[in-house]
Ligand binder design. Sequence first.
Ligand code: COA
Ligand code: ZN
Length: 315
Amino acid sequence: RGAVDMNFDGLPKRAHIREVCPRDGFQSVKDFIPTEKKLEFIEAMIAAGIREMEVTSFVSPKAIPQLADSAEVLSAVKARCGDAVRLVALVPNVKGAERALAGGADCLNYVFSASESHNRANLNRSVDESLAGLADVIALAKGKAELSVSIATSFMCPFEGRTAPARVTDLMGKALDMGADGICLAETIGTCNPLLFSETLAAVRSRFGDYPIYLHIHDTFGMALLNVKAALDLGYSRFDAAIGGLGGCPFAPGAAGNAATEDLVFFLNGIGVETGMDAASLVNVARSLQDYGLRTLGHLVVSSFGREKEGCCGA
Ligand code: COA
Ligand code: ZN
């Protein structure tokens, strides 16, 4: 693969990737991955070039027993690699925020859903209750960590279908008015096509201009990279992704994994959008997840194409 010095007209020159495998991926694996094993994978991800990572979540261990070791994971990663990576922790409420701050997270990612029924299934509360909690969490985090907001089911809801773009812009406006430092819109179930994806993003752009949001995109129907391209076309360039394509919310039935980080990096580098990362190094980490028995879904890791040929597939 030669160096690319062209780019589609008007695409961002570089993209920023936030790795979410240790949170979204590991929460979706049925069996508990021992803490030391998690740390081994996380360190390999950082060694492969990951510079921002959602490292765990501070939620009820009854809801997500797979991440019951979040305090140990966060503090160990901070001690071992805290200078190399920005550490994000997902939180659903004040208790989670207190625990994530105690562990020294650089950024809290406060989650709630755009749709009432998914918020109820996932967090056992109404969206208004989540918004009230956001105010408390913002006050708590002030001066200690950044506070970003992830709005799940921003495009599609497993129970309600299509989420109206106006609903998303309304919630995003509320979160920013309350003082959130950042916004991530999540395609939680991976069934949204690029037409609908663009419709929502166009509404966001028309209200919030070039405010730089993150996009979190699942790949259930194989449309994640199409939606990434749709986002790039509208100037958005920050993406969540999970090595090996792991991921899925246990409270969103049927959702498969995230956009695979190695596929995303391969795609972006190939079309001239710099990521600062190398797909081959990420594929190696994905293979180690696969060797451990995790069900990886990324195209580069699942395909055997080019494995024997140096340089092919970036691997
Ligand atoms: N961390 C650890 N424990 C927590 C917690 C947190 N952030 N929030 C609540 N708990 C504990 C409480 O202390 C209480 O424990 P107890 O039964 O031993 O007294 C128990 O959980 C119930 O607390 P309550 O406030 O009544 O919560 P709930 O039962 O209404 O559940 C959530 C609400 C948000 C805590 C729960 O639904 C949850 O953790 N959801 C996260 C789901 C998720 O991670 N989805 C995927 C990522 S989007
Ligand atoms: Zn997700």
